[in-house]
Design a protein around this ligand. Sequence first.
Ligand SMILES: [Zn+2]
Length: 461
Amino acid sequence: MAASAAARTIIENCAIATVDANDTEYASGYVVVAGNRIESVGAGKAPEGLDNVVRRIDGTGHLVTPGLVNTHHHFYQWITRGLATDHNLFNWLVALYPTWARIDEAMVKAAAQGSLAMMARGGVTTAMDHHYVFPKGSGDLSGAVIGAASDMGVRFTLARGSMDRSEKDGGLPPDFAVETLEGALAATEETVKKHHDASFDAMTQVAVAPCSPFSVSTELMKQGAELARRLGVRLHTHGSETVEEEQFCKELFGMGPTDYFESTGWLGSDVWMAHCVHMNDSDIAAFARTGTGVAHCPSSNARLAAGIARVPDMLAAGVPVGLGVDGTASNESGELHTELRNALLINRLGAHREAALNARQALRLGTYGGAQVLGRADQIGSLEAGKLADLVMWKIDGIGHSTIADPVTAIVFGAAAPVTLSLVNGKPVVEDNHLITVDEDAVARDARAEAQRLARIVAQG
Ligand SMILES: [Zn+2]
């Protein structure tokens, strides 16, 4: 059908930050959405005479940006928040693995709904879940997560995780929490074949995602990379998160994490890695040379005292960098819009001080940068004609922001701004600061019931 046949939504009289290659902004402009695509963006009023306009929105007092893109999360942790609150990564993992090993399909579904609801309400239009705990007999966990994202109406990448290096093999997870090498690979392939959509406007994609060097065998890393490349999907894992991980890699493999990743086929433009806190200059150069992406998770890194990732150095070298909430057992807030602020503030505590990141760079990390690391920069991450209509209207004339003249400074430096409207694939997900695709109270109630059920099962031993 011709573009003129598609239903149009017009937003006008708003400030716009397009996050295109030139960081084009309009103090007062318009966005025309036709079907699931952005048709035009510009200064002043929308063009006259457009037909089939089904909705015209006055954006006065708002900033419109691309929807936020989350690049690292573990949805199931929504029902294990607020535990092991004063631990470093390894101690936190050892404290929580026995609880996580008891999850089932109903728990994962409720946790996914909670995780997604929290992010979507805060302007996330593309979510991801790195799920790597698959207890025997726990049901269809991947299907539960994908169903929750579909119900919420957000664009979604499932990183099908796995663990096969347990304590008996020198790994960190207990023996009962892991899969076999063959089982993990077969289940991952099945998930990709069943759910991955490679089309331009895909709502669901799947990546191959063994968990981390200290919970995955070298063989699973190598064969996982081969599987992803055979199936034409992306690769995701955790990397260089803590000094303890670095020591683990040096003791077990005789090299640091980045060299280990390279030796197992895990550097490349189809790979993105969470954290990357402990990277030396040659590690950053290797990421830049190969186009390997980074999911920067500042709040989680602070919560677990992991350290400060060298984001300004990565950006200067040309490494693609997006933002991640990380699992909500290590970032209880579960929000991404506050990570823009935290990324900026935490990086200013690093070597580059006040020059580390500015507000526009922080917004870019949370939008276009995220689209890059998910391999979708041609489709989402900026407001440009022809791209998918994933956008957010932030209210900046309320008490939290009305005295900050610059709109991008307002949403990055200021409080988390209310979302008056978010569109995903051209369809509303948030209206007037509330989700319209799901019942928020029911999501909260179900997640609490499942969190309590899990706690009871764990207490019974
Ligand atoms: Zn993580």
